[in-house]
Design a protein around this ligand. Sequence first.
Ligand SMILES: Cc1cc2nc3c(=O)[nH]c(=O)nc-3n(C[C@H](O)[C@H](O)[C@H](O)COP(=O)(O)OP(=O)(O)OC[C@H]3O[C@@H](n4cnc5c(N)ncnc54)[C@H](O)[C@@H]3O)c2cc1C
Length: 411
Amino acid sequence: MFELPAKALEIKDEVEAFFNRRILPNHKLWLQQAHQGQSVPDIEQTLRLEAKELGLWNMALPRLTHDEPGMRLSNLEFTGVAEILGRLEWASNVFNCHAPDVPNMELLQLFATAEQKEQWLNPLLNGDIGSAFAMTEPHAASSDPVNLATSITRDGDEFVINGSKWFSSNASHANCKLIILVGVTDPDAAKSKRQSLVLIPRDAPGIKLLRNLPVFEHLSDTNTHPEMEFNNVRIPASNLLGEQGAGFAIGQARLGPARLHHCMRAIGECEVLISLMIKRSQERSTFGKRIDEYSSTQEAISLSRIELDQCRLLVQRAAHLLDTVGNKVARKQISMIKVAVARVYQSIADRTIQLYGARGVTNDTPAARAFGKARAFRIYDGPDEVHLQTIARLEAQEQDGNLLEHYLLNR
Ligand SMILES: Cc1cc2nc3c(=O)[nH]c(=O)nc-3n(C[C@H](O)[C@H](O)[C@H](O)COP(=O)(O)OP(=O)(O)OC[C@H]3O[C@@H](n4cnc5c(N)ncnc54)[C@H](O)[C@@H]3O)c2cc1C
């Protein structure tokens, strides 16, 4: 286990106390309000104000400057906090530590001009607005960004955007005011220099919401995944984020922390699922035996513990690398955690469903929803196969084959 500094442990304890005292007991109320159609349930808004007042705010942004609101934690320091936030789907929002705003704020911190920061980063840091990241397209195999077709064309001192995007999470949420869009500015340039990122006000004329997409039939107002069309959407040329043609490199900078945070939160949710498995199997009996006495139950729980602890160590190592050597060098470890955690998350959710029997497939427990989220996680932030391809390529590059001949006999 990586040792966390005293400051990080203190903050983790504070977050845990707030979670246990204010968030978890209000979970039912949050669900009721969300089901009534509140896109930011009133209770969430109340708790956001309380958390901000306590300074438990913006804890997932290691680059936070001293004049920006919140608490600066390194990626490694944030791991413990993120696990607590992962226990409930909405807990990250309370502390302004949620996706997609955190990775979007990171992008703005790294690449925005002073004016762009004033207009977009500051309100995001304050929690006054939300944002979305629009890369994936319905008609392009978007796990390879070279395929993206949405055009960003210069016209005088404006850019004109045309194309379709989907799964731009949060873009149809009532609080979303900014869409960071990836599109093609330079179709004839080298593959990695064709794309740029632009900042689009959500209310710009020409943006058409086609539908909100369900994820395994789950549709909600709090967590939206819209399909949208951009028809001659005009923005000032000054809304380019970073350099023209640098979209590929800028997008990569966003993905490291985004994947890391998703993994950390998933581990926290898996801890809840393991506890629920134990509780359930101690409470029920079949054929004269308590369910926790069956070896199949013990195996389900034990394998979950082994796999989850392996994942935690991998994630802590990736976080440490991100802090010390940066996104580019940590690339292999980021891909490794993305594959490992998503698979373990899915297995643990699956085992929990099984142990809860019919109740496991209802929404009486968090297991069914966790299973759907885990399955989706094997696709978003890059499908498993693409990460496995990256790991194998980097692994081969790192190998030094010079001494291997000595192991190979009888040539
Ligand atoms: C819940 C959810 C939230 C999302 N949020 C966002 C968001 O906020 N913003 C955004 O832009 N996108 C978002 N996405 C989209 C997501 O990032 C893409 O779906 C993902 O990158 C894959 O792109 P694709 O769907 O076009 O699949 P494709 O590129 O068409 O790939 C389909 C399948 O082909 C196979 N494949 C692809 N490449 C390889 C390979 N190299 N080797 C072997 N097999 C391969 C894999 O099985 C892969 O799953 C979200 C998706 C989900 C489900």
